[in-house]
Design a protein around this ligand. Structure first.
Ligand code: UGA
Length: 438
């Protein structure tokens, strides 16, 4: 069985590398030729732990990388589409890349004897698979279910954990219209994984909706615990992590995604909530809960600015150190990063920002340039600072100690991830979700 993967982002590249490393014949396609060149040399276009060595292993075994979509359509039995579906300005999703791929697939199928199965992994709102099927049918003048198969196969991997999540997914969802195609895809996965993973087979639109329900529920858990954290801050001595631990033991709640913080960011949760809100409104359903989740999330960064403004009296001209720029640890991704959002707000208040991140400085520099300064070490970032804000829970920030704090002009810490709660620090210490004494 030859596998095609169209779109080499986090999902596509991790999947291609995982399959190739196990000897599956894989053809990974991306229209971005610079990206293809880089990947062919074994270099990943973004930082993702363990992905580079896996990619190199896959390239040595059975992974081919190119920009030739026609070749994939002509030669592959199972083709995964993993192109991006970024947000539009109106909160929907931009399907341009997906539609372009569908058109090429259709036009190639028109001249080909191949009868591949197309599995859409890109996150798309219900009804999109149907629309893509129609594009392929129109361009190829062939019938789905007879001349090609089409499947919705949403993906649940996390950035920073992409390799592990690709090899050990918590679920495989396969949505389709005919059982023959569904069974072929299920068999492929059972060969790659094993039979212990839960497989959910359903119709296409339900599979599409599962992905939105999943990410929206995760976002809901985060906004819930953030709201509890905010209440805790008004009760001196309260600790949100103990509350999360206790409620997380209740199997009806579950312990994961209850870490209070500055709000969720990244290329997925904010975009998917937005898209589901817009989709729901178009269906005539008022998405009251989803909107509250979104509002609670955006409020978190405002709360941080208010706190700093209050404690420092004014932010104008104050040197503020920001530790962490990526939206989460083990990633250089700054898309919808709350840290970047915070920096933009602090700049409006005329604060002077000095930022540190082990991986995301290059990406941040491309976005905000020299409006802020960047440092290679945490101690450089702290020098003469009037407040240090821990935004991303990189492990190295847990090492911050009183010696480092000596470098500051005013010893004030805002710890949005509670990395330093166990330390006795000689500083004014404010942590998200810990009751303040003043
Ligand atoms: C998310 C989902 O977790 C994946 O299952 C999904 O496949 C992916 O979106 C996607 O749709 O492609 P990801 O965006 O990589 O994955 O990152 P998460 O681990 O979900 O974190 C998102 C944000 O929530 C981060 O800013 C993180 O710091 C924050 N977060 C997460 C919290 O504030 N508290 C938590 O308890 C968990």
């Amino acid at each position: 069985m030859k596998i095609g993967i169209i779109g080499i982002g986090f999902v596509g590249l991790s999947f291609a590398a995982a399959l190739g490393s196990k000897g599956y014949e894989v053809l990974a396609i991306d229209s971005d030729q610079d990206k293809v060149k880089k990947i062919k040399k074994g270099n990943t276009p973004f930082y993702e732990p363990s992905l580079s060595p896996l990619l190199q292993k896959a390239l040595k075994r059975s992974l081919e990388v190119s920009s030739d979509t026609e070749k994939a359509v002509d030669e592959c039995d199972l083709i995964f589409i993993t192109v991006g579906t970024p947000a539009t300005s109106k909160g929907g999703i931009n399907l341009n890349s997906l539609r372009a791929v569908a058109k090429t697939i259709g036009q190639t199928l028109a001249k080909s004897k191949n009868k591949p199965i197309i599995a859409i992994k890109s996150t798309v709102t219900p009804g999109t698979n149907q629309a893509i099927k129609q594009i392929i049918e129109k361009e190829s003048k062939k019938k789905s279910g007879k001349d090609f198969g089409i499947i919705s196969n949403p993906e649940f991997l996390r950035e920073g954990r992409a390799v592990d999540d690709t090899f050990n997914p918590h679920i495989v969802v396969i949505g389709g219209e005919d059982s023959k195609t569904i069974n072929k895809v299920k068999k492929f996965y059972e060969g790659f994984y094993n039979f212990t993973i839960p497989y959910i087979t359903t119709n296409t639109q339900t599979a599409e909706m599962i992905k939105y329900a999943n990410n929206s529920f995760l976002a809901t858990k985060i906004s819930f615990i953030n709201q509890i954290a905010n209440i805790c801050q008004s009760i001196p001595g309260t600790n949100v992590d103990d509350i999360a631990k206790a409620i997380g033991i209740d199997p009806r709640i579950g312990e994961q995604f209850l870490k209070a913080g500055p709000g969720y960011g990244g290329s997925c949760l904010p975009k998917d909530i937005k898209a589901l809100i817009s989709f729901s409104e178009n269906c005539g359903q008022s998405p009251t809960l989803l909107k509250a989740v979104q509002t609670t999330n955006s409020q978190q960064v405002e709360n941080l600015v208010s706190l700093m403004n209050k404690v420092l009296t004014s932010l104008r001209g104050k040197r503020i150190s920001i530790l962490g720029l990526s939206f989460k640890e083990d990633s250089d991704d700054i898309r919808e990063s709350v840290s970047i959002n915070l920096i933009k707000r602090l700049l409006k208040h005329k604060a002077k920002i000095v930022a540190h991140d082990p991986m995301a400085i290059e990406n941040t520099r491309k976005l905000i340039g020299d409006k802020i300064s960047y440092t290679k070490s945490v101690s450089e970032a702290l020098k003469d600072s009037e407040c240090v804000v821990i935004m991303t829970p990189w492990r190295q920030y847990t090492k911050l100690n009183n010696k480092d704090l000596q470098l500051m002009k005013n010893k004030m810490i805002v710890d949005t991830r509670r990395l330093l709660t166990k330390k006795k620090l000689d500083a004014k210490y404010y942590a998200t979700g810990l009751g303040f004494d003043n």
